[in-house]
Design a binder for this molecule. Structure first.
Ligand code: CP3
Length: 341
């Protein structure tokens, strides 16, 4: 017998106990089987564009831990790559892009966008066919602001100073970049849903570095645009937003953007999280370093989240991606703690 996809029930606002569980970056370097596949793939982007191998690594954490949701294996930077920008990943250095100029933004080329992303859509189709019926398949993209920060700086930075400065100095080019990214990201999510994604998540990992005016214009507005475009085609597909570091701005983010589920980073106070649950499902928010440490630090973290949020619509997750040094045994322990509630 096939069980229900409990994550979809929670996204409709139901409380399910024990809550559905998955981890951001659940396919990754903390898993020995991922590191093995990774060696066969060539570059990291080769892995993202190889449906055989991308399916294999997507399924690894499902086979090992039986998570309730599977997230497509890809990266947020395939979108600028499909728009013709050079993207590379170097061991230990993270992503490297050729920084985009204002003139290049005006010339961003998109004719082959979906053709370039076809391997990703193929991965989603194969995943939907292979996953257990009860496992929810999550597609995703980066939010325009977060993707733009990498396109402008060319690499990760601690405070996104290059992108903030660019936005202030070149407001027109920057607005066009956000618009191009929002339109293409929406089209990208729509194709992922067509291919079989049940839910989509929009990662705004860098929304915490902006002032009030910029947060509205660079984070809220472009994400609202994406949600409107996706909902125009698929009104019933839930969208999870993850505005990492949004702090006080978490309060009205759901209502302003139109997202269904709200992804919480680990700094969101559980009292606030409880209030946010009144508006719908929340997802999170264990500090990934509690999972690295294990033991009492892990047990206390899981316990406090379940106590505060377990009676409302909750998707248990980390408050950001799992880190490579996390012991697999600690992930097993977390699964037991959540499921044996
Ligand atoms: O969650 C999953 O399991 C799905 C796959 C996934 C990856 N990246 C795989 C990946 C997802 C959802 C992402 C999203 C992503 N990528 C974000 C948003 C979420 C977040 O973590 O804030 C961002 C900002 C990126 C950009 C990116 N990709 C960075 C900064 C890095 C380098 C940091 C690192 O961990 O190495 C990547 C590389 C990356 N993306 C890896 C994986 C598994 C590691 C590369 C490798 O295996 O060689």
């Amino acid at each position: 017998m096939r069980h229900k996809r409990i994550m979809l029930d929670v996204l409709k606002g139901e409380a399910v106990s024990p809550p559905p569980l998955w981890m951001m970056r659940q396919a990754g370097r903390y898993l020995p089987e991922y590191r093995e596949t990774r060696k066969r793939a060539g570059s990291f982007l080769d892995l993202c564009y190889n449906p055989d191998l991308a399916v294999e690594v997507t399924l690894q954490p499902i086979e090992r831990f039986g998570f309730d949701a599977s997230i497509l294996f890809s990266d947020i930077l395939v979108v600028p790559n499909a728009l013709g920008r050079d993207v590379r990943f170097e061991e230990g250095r993270g992503p490297l892009l050729t920084p985009i100029t204002a003139a290049e933004i005006l010339a961003l080329e998109s004719e082959t966008f979906h053709v370039n992303l076809e391997p990703v859509y193929e991965t989603v189709r194969r995943l939907r066919a292979k996953l257990p019926g009860e496992t929810t398949l999550i597609g995703f993209c980066g939010a325009p602001w977060t993707v733009a920060t990498y396109m402008i700086a060319g690499h990760g930075t601690p405070d996104q100073a290059p992108a903030r400065l660019f936005a202030y100095r070149e407001p027109e080019a920057f607005a066009r970049l956000l618009k191009v990214l929002a339109d293409h990201s929406a089209a990208y999510l729509i194709r992922q849903i067509e291919a079989g994604a049940d839910v989509v998540q929009i990662f705004d990992s860098w929304s915490g570095v902006l002032d009030d005016v910029s947060f509205e214009a660079f984070c809220v507005e472009p994400v609202a645009q994406i949600v409107r475009q996706v909902k125009a085609v698929y009104p019933d597909v839930p969208v999870i937003g993850f505005p990492k570091g949004a702090g006080e701005r978490y309060r009205d983010y759901r209502q302003k953007t139109g997202i269904t589920g709200l992804g919480l980073d680990w700094t969101v106070p559980l009292g606030l999280a409880k209030q946010l649950q009144a508006g719908g499902a929340v997802q999170g928010n264990l500090d990934p370093l509690r999972l690295v440490a294990g033991g009492k630090a892990l047990a206390d973290g899981v316990d406090s989240i379940l106590k505060a949020l377990g009676d409302g619509p909750l998707i248990f997750n980390l408050g950001h991606g799992i880190t490579p040094e996390t012991p697999v045994a600690h992930v097993e322990a977390m699964v037991k703690l959540v499921r044996n509630r």
